[in-house]
Write a protein that binds this ligand. Structure first.
Ligand code: FES
Length: 180
């Protein structure tokens, strides 16, 4: 984790733009793939999940860059867990990881040991959201400033009504994605 946490920008009708070093835990890379930055799919249609492959344009994905800050971390108080699904909303964890979904080419980054300084960790959950460790600072196109959240669960199925946070809609639409 960086000193200031993970930095994510919502570019509008596109992916989560992670602008700080991160380690992506996904099938075939449970220890994570280190990347200096990444574009993570949030429309649910990428053929290279959890990474964006541009499919959001084909499906005309629509999402504002606005952020519900009602549960953002207060500057001087203990943070909340914005976007965290309840226990029965948590995605299944019994999916057997496989090599499918592993990034290719220059998206793959390097396979470095976990817990190196300056990294955040994001886990792609099977048929469910992305879970970030630690503090995530989120900014958005059209949104003034940024807000910080602790260990947020961010939507990657495209159906949440509280984007960028998961609201459990992945279950309603029977979202399918490789994950841990
Ligand atoms: S957000 Fe780009 S492919 Fe899903």
């Amino acid at each position: 984790m960086t000193a200031n946490g993970c930095i994510v920008h919502l570019g509008g009708d596109g992916p989560l733009l992670v602008r700080s070093p991160l380690r992506v835990r996904m099938p075939g890379a449970e220890d994570g793939i280190a990347k200096p930055k990444a574009a993570l799919c949030r429309c649910g249609q990428s053929a290279n999940k959890p990474f964006c492959d541009g499919a959001h344009r084909d499906v005309e994905f629509r999402a504002s860059g606005l952020i519900d800050t009602s549960r953002a971390m207060p500057e001087s108080e203990a943070p909340s867990r914005e976007g965290a699904p309840s226990e029965d909303e948590a995605p299944p964890r019994d999916g057997a990881p496989s090599g499918e979904g592993a990034p290719s080419g220059d998206e793959a980054g390097s396979a470095a040991p976990a817990d190196e300084a300056g990294e955040s960790v994001v886990t792609a959950h099977a048929n469910g959201p992305l879970h970030f460790d630690g503090v995530v600072e989120i900014s958005g196109e059209g949104h003034e400033g940024s807000a910080r959240f602790l260990q947020p669960w961010l939507c990657r199925c495209g159906a949440s009504k509280n984007k960028p946070f998961c609201d459990g809609s992945h279950k309603e639409i029977a979202f399918e994605a490789e994950g841990l």
